[in-house]
Design a binder for this molecule. Structure first.
Ligand code: PLP
Length: 389
């Protein structure tokens, strides 16, 4: 075993079929998708429209409701900044949660400088918002509710169907960051009245730097202005020459989405063996509804960053990839009520279809000896075992 990649919530390995789909658009089919006067342009334009149909199909949406972006961060900025601008005359209030991805939190902070106010709903120890609290916080100035479908650090699933229904009843736009949910669990916009949602290709074995926004077509159209202005791409909604290979890759990755029990079985196998093998280990949010591939593990009195240095052949994460350079403890775990120490002593394992039981057996062996080694040299662990702390 050379290496185990268990950091699939950060990004995923590209699917071979996706890569094969992309390559011709980097080689022979290099036309600009807007140059539809000639064959090269039309080939590219067809690839874009095919991808739009594939992404729409994966969400049970209408292709006219799909807009390509450079990924979820751009989509989130487009929605939060755009809605704040267009709906200013209605109100200046956004509701989100304290455990959102930093893209949402920072976009909200950015519009707060322009006069918006944000309510950050707290989450409980399972990472869930309280639906009654959501209802109570919506007022006549609320223009947007932005709640993620699945948390990137813990895998916890918010009750998006109920949230969408509350927003629908109260006539407030509901934007769902579905970046982590997408590709791991089914998502059907005909069944759940989400108004806007975003997805990202690199979380589903597609390329980095491309994603999509779903914006529901409604009798009262949702109005979001372009964040990036330029040419008339995406009907003027998102300027810039189409990255045809990326978009074709997203389309193919969307078409490749499959749900089966194997991923969850693998994750459960990992958790079972880990609990049986290492003492004082806690699986965070084990009893909550969560993604089938994610395990957030607390190793008592073992710093996640130290454990990672002792696992050179295993890729895991000590938080969200985007903030793991931070020295601060995870804002998600803190929001769930964990102490700094508990947050620092946690690692996220996130699996994909490319992982195997053999990798897990190997990894458990490596983790067990690394934890033993750290605890053996730890005065805090010694004191803990002696009952002094
Ligand atoms: N939202 C969530 C929940 C994520 O996990 C991520 C990626 O880590 C993003 C947004 C940002 O996605 P992207 O990398 O496509 O900008």
């Amino acid at each position: 075993m050379d290496y185990c990649y268990f950091d699939n919530n950060a990004t995923t390995k590209i699917d071979e079929k996706v890569l094969e789909t992309m390559l011709p658009y980097l080689k022979e089919h290099y036309g600009n998708a807007s140059s539809i006067q000639h064959k090269f342009g039309r080939q590219s334009s067809h690839a874009i429209e095919k991808a739009r149909i594939q992404v729409a199909g994966s969400l049970n949406a209408n292709p006219k409701e799909i807009f390509f972006t450079s990924g979820s961060t751009e989509a989130i900025n487009t929605v939060i900044k755009g809605v704040s601008k267009t709906y200013k005359s209605k109100g200046n209030h956004i509701i989100t949660s304290s455990s959102e991805h930093k893209a949402v939190i920072n976009a909200c902070e950015s519009v707060e400088k322009e006069g918006m106010t944000t309510t950050y709903l707290p989450v409980n120890k399972f990472g869930l918002i309280d639906l009654e609290e959501l209802k109570n916080e919506i007022n006549d100035k609320t223009v947007l509710v932005s709640i993620m479908a699945a948390n990137n650090e813990t895998g916890v699933l918010q009750p998006i169907e109920e949230i969408a229904k509350i927003c629908q009843e109260k006539d407030v736009l509901f934007f769902c960051d579905a970046t982590q949910w997408y590709g791991k669990l089914p998502l059907d916009v005909q069944k759940i009245p989400i108004d806007i949602l975003c997805v990202s290709a690199h979380k589903i074995h597609g390329p980095k730097g491309v994603g999509a926004l779903y914006i529901r077509r409604k009798s009262k159209p949702i109005q979001i202005p372009a964040l990036i202005v330029g040419g008339k791409q995406e009907g003027g909604f998102r300027g810039g020459t189409y990255a045809v290979h990326q978009i074709a890759g997203l389309g193919e990755a969307a078409a490749q989405i499959e749900f089966d029990q194997t991923l969850e079985d693998l994750r459960n196998y990992f958790e079972k063996i880990l609990l049986e093998t290492i003492e004082e280990v806690e699986i965070k949010t084990q009893s909550a509804n969560r993604l089938p591939n994610t395990s957030n593990i607390h190793f008592k009195h073992v710093k996640g960053s130290e454990l990672m240095t002792k696992l050179p052949n295993i890729a895991v994460s000590s938080g969200s990839a985007c903030v793991s350079g931070d020295r601060d403890p995870s804002h998600v775990l803190k929001a769930m009520g964990y102490s700094d120490d508990e947050a620092f002593c946690s690692l996220r394992f996130s699996f994909s279809k490319y992982n195997s039981k053999e990798e897990i057996d190997y990894a458990i062996g490596q983790i067990t000896s690394a934890v033993d080694q750290i605890r053996k040299n730890s005065p805090i662990w010694e004191m803990y075992k002696e009952g002094l702390i």
